[in-house]
Design a binder for this molecule. Structure first.
Ligand SMILES: [Zn+2]
Length: 131
């Protein structure tokens, strides 16, 4: 499969990147020495222009997956998703199709599973198996 075109891949000091699923942009790792940035290994949220530096390349690389942990604007996007999730369940404006979708989202996510169980009285796995 061809890689998605990344407008940053020719930047000086570019090392690697991942799609930022919250914004549709990219989380990018730069070699701070080559890119003339403050930190040794610096990650960037392309959408919000948040830079965070790490001394350890492995740590910096692993953080590319979770922009909600280091980009404040992304964190609020995560919170909005969570809020929407809670609201959808609380208002009961949900039909079976929506509940099924939410249960599917919650499987494998301990926080969402707990939330789903608290609000529906059923574990998402259990809910899905009854469908
Ligand atoms: Zn961000």
């Amino acid at each position: 499969m061809p890689r998605q075109t990344n407008p940053h891949q020719h930047d000086i000091g570019y090392v690697t990147s991942r799609t930022n699923t919250l914004t549709g942009g990219f989380c990018i790792l730069y070699d701070g020495e080559k890119a003339n940035l403050d930190g040794r290994w610096t990650i960037l949220c392309s959408k919000h222009e948040t830079f965070v530096a790490f001394s350890n390349k492995k740590t910096a690389t692993s953080m590319l997956k979770t922009p909600g942990d280091w980009c404040q604007a992304c964190e609020s996007l995560v919170e909005m998703e969570e809020a929407e999730y809670i609201l959808t369940l609380r208002t009961k404006r949900t039909n079976d199709e929506q509940l099924k979708r939410l249960a599917t989202l919650a499987v494998g996510d301990p926080e969402k599973s707990l939330l789903f169980e608290r609000l529906t009285g059923q574990q998402p796995e259990h809910y899905l198996s009854e469908q």
